[in-house]
Design a binder for this molecule. Structure first.
Ligand SMILES: [Fe+2]
Ligand SMILES: [Fe+2]
Length: 132
């Protein structure tokens, strides 16, 4: 079983968003596995950079869908995305400087953040789309 499993309750019923969420879960699992297997710092840094890029791309795509749908909570949602992006950037910068090592705790933080965000926030957008 992957570390971050994309379970059915996380689906929002929007094909592109669902497949991007799945990709994020896969990237987190991949990073977790690299960590557990004691892969090189460079390899871990590469996966972290991929995860950051994928996260930013996903947030932009999701916000564009929200804009198209005139989703009234877009701004508040963007703020949540911004906060996580900022944290991932800081993580990456610290890691690059060698002032931190990636930990299983960090992996749990990312997985939990994403899971909670999808369940609490992305699902609100899904409900809004269904009600339209
Ligand atoms: Fe979101
Ligand atoms: Fe999302």
């Amino acid at each position: 079983m992957p570390f971050a499993e994309f379970t059915d309750d996380l689906r929002v019923g929007h094909d592109e968003i669902d497949s991007q969420h799945l990709g994020l879960f896969e990237a987190i699992s991949c990073l977790h596995d690299a960590l557990r297997a004691g892969r090189s710092r460079q390899e871990q840094a590469d996966i972290l950079a991929f995860l950051r890029g994928y996260t930013v791309d996903h947030f932009e795509a999701e916000e564009a869908f929200m804009r198209e749908a005139s989703y009234p909570a877009l701004e508040a949602h963007q703020e949540l995305h911004r906060a996580l992006t900022q944290q991932v950037h800081e993580l990456e910068a610290k890691y690059a400087l060698g002032t931190m090592t990636l930990s299983i705790m960090t992996m749990h933080f990312l997985k939990d953040w994403l899971t909670n965000h999808i369940q609490a926030e992305d699902q609100k957008f899904a409900a809004f789309r269904r009600a339209k």
